[in-house]
Design a protein around this ligand. Structure first.
Ligand code: C2E
Ligand code: CA
Ligand code: CA
Ligand code: CA
Length: 279
């Protein structure tokens, strides 16, 4: 039994080592990937339920790894946050997304906003603001065509600074959206102090809404609350017509999800744009 225990321990040890090695390898790959720009953005439309127009497209990053193929963000965002590389990655995402939005505007494809996810890990830092300003400057994109998605946890970290930063961005005409809303335990009294345009109801509530009356009640409450605070409501992760109908009945403003489109290349997402789609 003793020998057996030792073997199990050895196996465990080996697995831990493998895991650590994989991490080290992926981290050095990530450094190289930033130099070589091995990333691509896919875009997912948000659609206004009243007009059917695309209001905004969310930029979602993918890593074209030379050996492992296309990696989804859950494979490398955490690593980039923990290693501090998220700042460089965000720079790349902002630059690429704003360049694309500018191109769409110049092609008269309509004034569609581009939405960029900002990690709570580096949202606090001064360089986020500088990154945003320098990208707008370099691309010539008007701030009204840039949307920022932040999570509730980012709001709750350092509220004085965050509030001021958001005011400044909002003052320039940017749209501020709160991502994954409903999962971060922020209170109503807390939320209304921030200059927020939009709440994005987390996908899990939309997923469970049809089978759970509690989740249905939460969705109803979020929509009512957002309306009373004059915020726009986006339901994320909408996959079925049933969900769409229910959300429409509840007075939800916009939807995003596989029902409309998966995240796709810039070229593919253009097919959803309507030329009269002005802000
Ligand atoms: P998120 O911001 O909540 O983005 C939505 C995620 O849900 C995306 O996954 C999208 O593909 C997926 N999704 C959209 N509609 C549906 C649907 O109808 N059904 C289902 N099952 N899923 C749907 P993705 O692209 O894998 O991104 C995952 C997360 O990675 C994002 O969650 C975001 O938190 C993070 N992320 C992605 N790109 C970036 C980025 O450029 N910077 C930062 N900091 N984070 C990013
Ligand atoms: Ca998002
Ligand atoms: Ca989300
Ligand atoms: Ca999410």
């Amino acid at each position: 039994a003793k020998a057996c225990g030792k073997n199990v321990y050895k196996l465990f040890d080996k697995k831990m080592n493998e895991h650590a090695n994989e991490r080290v390898t992926l981290l050095s790959d990530l450094r190289l990937a930033l130099e070589r720009e091995e990333f691509v953005l896919h875009y997912q439309p948000k659609v206004d339920l009243l007009t059917g127009n695309v209001t905004s497209v969310e930029a979602l990053v993918r890593w074209m790894h030379p050996r492992l193929g296309m990696l989804a963000p859950d494979k490398f965002i955490r690593l980039s946050e923990e290693s501090g590389l998220i700042a460089d990655l965000t720079d790349w995402v902002l630059r690429t997304a704003c360049t694309q939005a500018k191109k769409w505007q110049e092609q008269n494809l309509g004034s569609v906003r581009v939405a960029v996810n900002l990690s709570p890990y580096h949202f606090q830092r001064q360089d986020v603001k500088e990154a945003i300003f320098s990208v707008l400057d370099a691309t010539g994109l008007e701030p009204a065509l840039l949307e920022i998605e932040i999570t509730e946890s980012a709001l709750m970290q350092n509220d004085e600074y965050t509030c001021e930063l958001l005011r400044e961005l909002r003052g320039l005409g940017m749209t501020i959206s709160v991502d994954d809303f409903g999962t971060g335990y922020s209170s109503l009294s807390y939320l209304h102090r921030f200059p927020i345009n939009t709440l994005k109801i987390d996908r899990t509530f939309i997923l469970n809404m049809m089978k759970s009356s509690e989740d249905q009640a939460i969705v109803t409450a979020i929509i009512a609350m957002a309306k009373s605070l004059n915020m726009q409501i986006v339901a994320e992760g909408v996959e079925t017509v049933d969900q769409l109908e229910k959300l429409k009945d509840q007075g939800c403003h916009e939807i995003q999800g596989f029902l409309v489109s998966r995240p796709v290349t810039a070229e593919t997402v253009e097919q959803f744009f309507t030329p009269e789609n002005h802000l």
